[in-house]
Design a protein around this ligand. Structure first.
Ligand SMILES: Nc1ncnc2c1ncn2[C@@H]1O[C@H](COP(=O)(O)OP(=O)(O)OP(=O)(O)O)[C@@H](O)[C@H]1O
Ligand SMILES: [Mg+2]
Length: 279
């Protein structure tokens, strides 16, 4: 379906239509130039990499993380609306996926019929999707000075393959480094939720005949898997407290959106304030 629709065709995934915004400019840029000129006074500073020097990285990179059904896509959408209303250039994207190749890998990864996949195979497929995503979508947007919002990113591999599959965070982290060329989010919002509750929300949506017809391959894993994912996320957040903002995902949607928007506005204001000639 939707082959004639650029949005759907670009992603190669029909049922994501209601959630997706194409990974490109959504609005005209007003003050994006002012937002990201200097990063010299930041406490959290992604390392310089082969794909993008610190100076070239003018945009803001935001990720949303958490267990199934915790509210990532809901909050991503609301944050896009918030930034859009401010006239800021924003790119909404997701993992696995975000590129044509990534979306094909996503189909394999989430295909319930793909039984018996080795944990290592799964990890490398996620990493392959991420490598494309960083090079094709995230880095170009950050160089332009856009705000990039990714619905899941590298922490998801630490949590799902490192924690859930038991490969270990120490194994996954350096592979993530390679896949991303060291590009890290400026801020990661972890929507922390009990695994049962998250899956319950998901099943509610499926029963309501919402955007989902059934659980995908990862969602179908045993509850213990999802509990380990949640714990691995929390461990990662404790390890990098300056990057993570941990939120109680049981809070009201609007309240979460307000907290996220305030933090993002603060980050943008910090940058605007460092731009020479700013008043
Ligand atoms: N704060 C909240 N409180 C209660 N329900 C919520 C909240 N946020 C989202 N929901 C509901 O929970 C369900 C899952 O939300 P959403 O799709 O945003 O989560 P997600 O993290 O993107 O899920 P997935 O992991 O499946 O992509 C939806 O039906 C949504 O309306
Ligand atoms: Mg989602």
């Amino acid at each position: 379906m939707g082959a004639a629709d650029g949005t759907v065709a670009a992603w190669g995934v029909a049922n994501f239509r209601s959630e997706v915004v194409r990974p490109e400019v959504l609005t005209g840029v007003s003050d994006a130039r002012r937002l990201c000129q200097s990063r010299s006074d930041e406490t959290h500073r992604p390392e310089e990499t082969g794909v993008m020097s610190g100076q070239e990285r003018r945009g803001l990179f935001i990720t949303l993380e958490g267990v199934e059904g915790c509210g990532k896509s809901t909050q991503a959408r609301l944050l896009v609306e918030h930034l859009d209303a401010r006239g800021i250039e924003v790119v909404l994207t997701r993992e696995p996926g975000g590129t044509d190749l990534g979306e094909r890998l996503r189909e394999i990864l989430l295909d319930i019929g793909q039984t018996g996949m080795r944990a290592e195979t799964e990890l490398f497929l996620y990493l392959a999707s991420r490598a494309e995503h960083v090079a094709e979508v995230i880095v170009p947007a950050l160089k332009r000075g856009a705000v990039v919002i990714s619905d899941r990113f590298g922490d998801a591999s630490v949590a799902y393959q490192g924690g859930g599959r038991g490969l270990g965070a120490d194994l996954v982290r350096p592979l993530n480094e390679t896949a991303t060329s060291g590009v890290k989010p400026d801020v990661s919002f972890l929507l922390d939720l009990d695994a049962e509750e998250g899956l319950g929300r998901l099943d509610g949506r499926i029963q309501d005949g919402g955007s989902r017809a059934s659980r995908d391959r990862i969602e179908s894993e045993a509850i213990e898997f999802h509990r380990m994912v949640r714990q691995a996320y929390l461990d990662e957040a404790a390890r990098e407290p300056e990057r993570f903002v941990v939120l109680d995902a049981r809070s009201r949607v609007e309240e979460l959106a307000r907290t996220i928007a305030l933090r993002v506005d603060d980050l943008l204001a910090e940058r605007a304030g460092t731009y020479p000639g700013d008043d």
